[in-house]
Design a protein around this ligand. Structure first.
Ligand code: NDP
Length: 325
């Protein structure tokens, strides 16, 4: 076998990808993990993970992903810090090409490309991204020491970011478009009882307003709209953190793999089989419902077992396993 061929190629390096790598490499299969643009996935930009079983006292997201990676490497899985930008699933072995044009082949592919934070898409967002606007409190919170920041969203991510930002900011204001919250009660209660946090409900950001002089840009205000009265007001703001959910990273598979209207990959029944035999999907790229590290890891394990059994059956020439979705 050439050095560019493996039994299983895994695209993505979050809990799903590394768990798939761990299981597949422990089954004595050769495994390459293409770690992509964000090695370790979304948990590398989160703070403390308190809900992953086994870590009784909680653990920082980046540290947890290092453990996942090391555990997979211990059994022989190899990481490539490369981005896959093209796939050919029309014939086997499957071909994956990185963004420098280097091609790899694999007998089976596990897709664990995860999801990415969504943005509002309103005027000023692109202009002030990195200049006051951010989608990651862990990455950028430090820059807002003693300042006044806002968090948009009403889910657990927004609550987690709001709480985290109170370590640095003088005030943190949550802006949410309605009165009911999607966030879990424990996260919401924690935010509500934090004296540094305020809430503006039934409101949306219509525009990010700031000053631009040459390369110097700075967010100064948020143009808010009260959705009940339609009243528009400009509120002084040093920072705005967007925390309104995620979209699956599946563009690479458009027209190749079956997906729902929002881009989540479709898998067959309780399995990780996609519509192409030998290509499996797991984690947030195929789960729009649970989206937890622990469920992603669980489905990564399922994908490795599915791939391993499928490879065995295929090599043995049996056909008891469904060919495709
Ligand atoms: P969610 O989809 O749960 O929440 C997104 C929030 O953003 C909602 O309140 C939604 O409003 C709002 N929103 C969406 N689009 C817009 C828009 N265009 N303008 C304004 N507001 C908008 O995403 P999260 O990222 O918060 O959470 C995803 C999953 O991850 C959940 O299952 C969550 O429990 C989990 N999670 C768990 C954590 C933990 O336990 N430590 C931490 C973070 C996440 P509306 O409600 O009106 O639709």
């Amino acid at each position: 076998m050439s050095s560019t061929h493996t039994d299983i190629a895994i695209i993505g390096s979050g809990p799903a990808g590394f768990t798939a790598a761990l299981y597949a490499s422990r089954a004595s299969l050769s495994v390459v993990i293409f770690e992509g643009m964000q090695p370790g996935g979304q948990l590398t930009i989160t703070t403390e993970v308190e809900n992953y079983p086994g870590f009784e006292k909680g653990i920082m997201g980046p540290e947890m992903m290092d453990i996942f990676r090391n555990q997979a490497h211990r059994f022989g899985a190899k990481s490539k810090y490369e981005m896959i930008s093209k796939v050919d699933f029309s014939k086997r072995p499957f071909t994956l090409q990185n963004d420098h044009g280097v091609a790899y082949t694999a007998d089976a592919v596990i897709i664990a490309t995860g999801a990415t934070a969504k943005l509002l898409g309103v005027p000023g967002e692109d202009t002030y991204m990195g200049f006051g606007v951010s989608a990651c409190a862990t990455c950028d919170g430090f820059f807002f020491r003693g300042l006044h920041v806002f968090v948009v969203g009403g889910g657990d991510t927004a609550m987690e970011e709001a709480n985290y930002l109170t370590r640095f900011a003088e005030t943190v204001t949550v802006i949410h478009r309605r009165e009911e919250f999607r966030a879990s009660k424990i996260m919401l209660d924690r935010v509500r009882s934090n004296p540094k946090v305020k809430m503006i409900l039934n409101s949306s950001i219509e525009e990010y307003v700031g000053q631009t002089e040459g390369n110097l840009k700075k967010l100064t205000h948020l143009r808010l709209k009260n959705l009940l009265t339609n009243e528009v007001t400009d509120v002084p703001a040093d920072g705005a953190f967007v925390a309104i959910g995620h979209k699956p990273n599946t563009e690479l598979f458009n027209g190749v793999l079956n997906m729902d209207e929002t881009g989540y990959l479709e898998t067959k029944g309780k399995s990780t089989y996609t519509n192409i035999a030998g290509v499996f999907a797991c984690g947030d790229a195929q789960d729009s419902v649970y989206r937890q590290a622990v469920t992603a890891a669980g489905s990564g394990c399922m994908a490795a077992i599915d791939a391993e059994r499928w490879l065995d059956e295929t090599k043995a020439g049996h056909s008891t396993i469904p060919a495709a979705l």
